[in-house]
Design a protein around this ligand. Structure first.
Ligand code: ADP
Ligand code: ADP
Length: 225
């Protein structure tokens, strides 16, 4: 795993600036949650870190290396979206293994990685199933598994739970938190849900209109007298 540093990060869409020079250091192994109302620039910031959006100013470093001009696949980062792209014609195992399709590992090593991820995620008995036979939470875990097998330097989550019902959301919050602890993973997680931010984050970044309004632990931000 590795830390992520963002300096004076800027994004414009045409004449409109939507990210106004953000500075942030995410420590190695830290779980940072971006929270704020829809349209404040959370997703754009995450997508710039992932390399899915070009930046219009500033610098992004992952594990100390400047990645501004690197393709997403060369940033050693794994992205998990709300509309997790699970392939219906592939089994759970094949879906997870798809994360390794560019990898140079041998067949046996790939298999071992898929099985390890499945074990950590509680999917070991479902590897032969089709996604249509899974619950929403299980499908989400498959998407996480596909990200995990690549041993990324960090995980980026963009509203991963917003399509799930309340009960499943609560369960997945705990599971993602446990995954973080277990892997010592660096995580940047975007949500508009304050409960998610409070229950999962080591540090919360509150965004408003393309700027960071506040940064602090859940205690510092929400439990002040
Ligand atoms: P979010 O859940 O991040 O608020 P939206 O529903 O606003 O996302 O947007 C969905 C998709 O449309 C995203 O890929 C986003 O980049 C794009 N998008 C959002 N706003 C605009 C816009 N004003 N013009 C063009 N594309 C947009
Ligand atoms: P959030 O994730 O906080 O909901 P976004 O990062 O999706 O916010 O969007 C920030 C702003 O940028 C919004 O005003 C949105 O409409 C705009 N935006 C996002 N994507 C695009 C796009 N592809 N083209 C134009 N405007 C966009």
């Amino acid at each position: 795993m590795a830390g992520i540093a963002v300096e004076r990060l800027v994004k414009r869409y045409g004449p409109t600036q939507v990210v106004h020079g953000i500075d942030l250091d995410v420590q190695d192994g830290e779980f940072v949650v971006f929270v704020g109302p829809s349209g404040c620039g959370k997703s754009t910031t995450l997508r710039m870190i992932a390399g899915l959006e070009e930046i219009d100013g500033g610098e992004i470093r992952i594990g100390g290396r400047v990645v501004n001009r690197l393709e997403p696949k060369d940033r050693n980062i794994a992205m998990v979206f709300q509309n997790y792209a699970i392939y219906p014609h592939m089994s759970v195992g094949e879906n997870i293994a798809f994360g390794l399709y560019t990898s140079k590992l041998g067949k046996a090593e790939k298999r071992a990685k898929v099985e390890e991820a499945a074990r950590i995620l509680g999917l070991e008995d479902l590897l032969e199933r089709r996604p249509s036979a899974l619950s929403g939470g299980q499908r989400q875990r498959v998407a996480i598994g596909r990200a995990m097998v690549r041993d990324p330097a960090a995980f980026l989550f963009d509203e991963p739970l917003s399509n799930l019902d309340a009960q499943l959301r609560a369960q997945m919050r705990l599971e993602i938190k446990r995954l973080h602890q277990r892997l010592g993973a660096t995580i940047v997680y975007v949500t508009h849900d304050q409960v998610e931010a409070m229950t999962m984050a080591d540090r919360i970044v509150v965004m408003r209109e393309g700027r960071i309004l506040q940064v602090g632990s859940p205690m510092e931000l929400y439990e002040r007298p």
